[in-house]
Design a protein around this ligand. Structure first.
Ligand code: NAD
Length: 281
């Protein structure tokens, strides 16, 4: 079985991006800029943002974090986004989710200029992705896609089963697989026989949030299995896939941690650079 090393893949991607930033600096005499808005003091969000900032700086991007307390008014955040939308030094804007209850996530996402929407959550980017047009692609599915392509460059006609239909993971992932000519089945909490669906798959992507849901006997030989899940349990962090069981059958499998997670941040940097390049045309 191939253990898909997300840390290594992310380090390789960051090295490529660093090189690209150097070239862009030479060509345009400026570098792409990423601005993250962080509201409140939720520990996971603080950690994610710190890692994003560190990685952005490492590849040579201009990186900025704007912090607000939990009590910040929605209009203050919306006004800041308006300012960032017209700031030429800002290529990408990311508002770290989740937001406090009194702030409307939809309004915030829609306030971001789609050309600076590095998370790919703006309805315009969602529509562009599903229509097959150029768009920012949400970072986690983009990372999964790049990992799958490393194992199997030609996905033509492969049967892919997506477990989970979230806007963050499941839906954009299926669009990327469709673009590659996969036959895609989207499964979710109301799917009647998930095991039977999985047994048909050449590729399984699990983005559910249920520890070790996908068992060894759900996976036929030679399946590529991508585990997006991050679940805190008494035995530490585990994915949505039962690693020990599935590793006996799968052709390739991502570990948790060290699989999809590191690629997510690297893809955020990639998206920021893509937004910068498109803005220079
Ligand atoms: P979500 O809660 O928005 O969506 C979960 C999906 O799973 C839903 O579509 C639901 O229908 C489906 N589901 C629930 N129970 C099911 C069942 N029994 N069988 C089949 N489908 C079922 O979750 P999300 O935001 O997509 O995140 C999913 C997981 O991925 C979480 O563990 C999250 O922490 C993790 N995650 C990881 C990264 C990363 O970088 N690795 C990024 C984002 C999310």
């Amino acid at each position: 079985m191939i253990l898909i090393d997300g840390k290594k893949a992310a380090a390789e991607l960051r090295a490529e991006l660093k090189q690209e930033v150097t070239e862009l600096k030479g060509k345009y005499n400026k570098v792409p800029g990423l601005t993250v808005i962080l509201i409140g003091d939720l520990t996971p969000s603080q950690i994610y943002v710190r890692n994003k900032e560190k990685s952005a700086t490492e590849v040579g991007l201009k990186s900025e974090v704007i912090r607000y307390p939990d009590s910040v008014e929605e209009k203050t955040v919306l006004e800041k986004i308006k300012e960032l939308n017209i700031d030429e030094t800002v290529s990408g804007i990311l508002v770290q989710l989740p937001l406090p209850k009194h702030i409307d996530k939809k309004k915030v996402i829609e306030a971001i200029d789609p050309s600076k929407d590095v998370d790919g959550f703006h309805p315009m980017n969602v529509g562009n992705l599903s229509s097959g047009y150029e768009s920012s692609v949400p970072c986690t599915p983009l990372g999964c896609y790049l990992l799958i392509k490393k194992i199997e460059p030609n996905l033509n006609g492969k049967k892919a089963v997506m477990i989970g239909r979230s806007n963050l993971n499941g839906k954009p992932m299926t669009q990327l697989l469709l673009k590659e000519n996969c036959t895609v089945t989207i499964t979710h909490s109301k799917t009647k026989d998930l095991k039977a669906e999985c047994l048909e798959a050449d590729i399984i992507i699990a983005a559910v949030g249920i520890p070790e849901l996908v068992r060894g006997d759900w996976v036929k030989k030679d399946t590529i299995v991508i585990d997006v899940g991050i679940n805190k349990t008494d035995n530490g962090i585990v994915g949505d896939v039962h690693f020990d069981e599935v590793s006996k059958n799968a052709k390739a499998l991502t570990p948790v941690p060290g699989g999809v997670g590191p690629m997510t941040i690297a893809c955020l940097l990639k998206n920021t650079i893509e937004c910068f390049k498109r803005s220079q045309i």
